[in-house]
Design a protein. Sequence first.
Length: 125
Amino acid sequence: MSANTDRYETAVARYFEAWNADGRDSLTKAVAAAWTADGTYTDPLTDVRGHEGIADVIASVREQFPGFAFRPLGAVDGHHDTARFGWELVGEKDGSAPVAGFDVIVLDGEGRIRSVHGFLDRVPA
């Protein structure tokens, strides 16, 4: 595994840590570890900038889907400062995955996320 591949894997692992954080304190710390201070998160439903806005979006999604966790779907693919990966939201009790998507992230020189562009491939009716 090259240093670049490891850089993408590390950034994506921190991204999932933020999305799966329990409690506001853990969430705040995980978002700060994963994103730059002025980092952005954009998907079809939201467009926010900064740690607080990103943490609010994650907290809101977690409230809508209690008992679910975000899991990677397939491998992380990256080049230059950009990586892409699939994910799904999996029910911890029954393994159902009502939501799935695909994200493209741009990293800074230290491997923190500057921007996320999310796409939703599967959503509940």
